[in-house]
Design a protein around this ligand. Structure first.
Ligand code: AMP
Length: 190
């Protein structure tokens, strides 16, 4: 089973992915984390993308697509991936379908976590105090939220048409969201 978890910054994608990974024995593929590692390790790619990421813009589709392929092509992760933070736009959604079918896989479920801008601001401020992410200032968080709103709509329509989309209220408490998501995954496992 491959799952996409979708939502604005601060929606709880990372937190919920970590829970799903444990409970259903999946692997989390967070493009944001992979990219942050490149910056931390000062790789050539990391140097190239750090200013883009810190300003809250998206890095190029090609860069993320290459990172994704390394994961999708790995047999140990076959049909066990939770995509966290990917796809972010319609080009990436189509790329992902092509890539998955190249490796004889598909998406089984898309979870959309909805949260308001007010909640995002509050959560990002809390995360900033704990994690010190460069892109977690309020100004950049608002920009990331707005970017998300612009590029997400076509992605959601795309997955809705494919009958893969399930909406989850991201304003609820962490354990309530855990329960709701577990139920949705169980129901598609049949
Ligand atoms: P995240 O950890 O998912 O909030 O991502 C943090 C930052 O990484 C984003 O603001 C983008 O700059 C970059 N990023 C993560 N995933 C993607 C993606 N799928 N496409 C483009 N940029 C991404």
């Amino acid at each position: 089973m491959n799952i996409v978890i979708f939502g604005p910054p601060g929606a709880g994608k990372g937190t919920q992915s970590k829970f799903i990974v444990k409970k259903f024995n999946l692997y989390q593929l967070s493009t944001g984390e992979l990219l942050r590692n490149e910056i931390k390790n000062k790789t050539q790619l990391g140097l190239k993308i750090s200013s883009i990421m810190n300003s809250g813009e998206l890095v190029s589709d090609l860069i993320v697509s290459n990172l994704i392929e390394k994961f999708v092509s790995n047999k140990s992760y076959k049909n066990k991936i939770i995509f966290d933070g990917y796809p972010r736009n319609i080009i990436q959604a189509k790329n992902l379908d092509t890539l998955l079918s190249k490796y004889d896989q598909k998406i089984d479920l898309v979870l959309k976590l909805s949260v308001s801008l007010e909640t995002v601001k509050k959560r990002i401020a809390e995360r900033q105090a704990l994690e010190k992410r460069e892109d977690d200032s309020e100004e950049v968080a608002v920009k990331r939220y707005k970017n998300y709103e612009i590029s997400s709509e076509p992605v959601l329509t795309y997955y809705k048409k494919l009958n893969l989309l399930k909406l989850v209220n991201g304003e609820a408490g962490i354990s309530d969201i855990n329960l709701e998501i577990s139920g949705l995954i169980d129901s598609i496992k049949g």
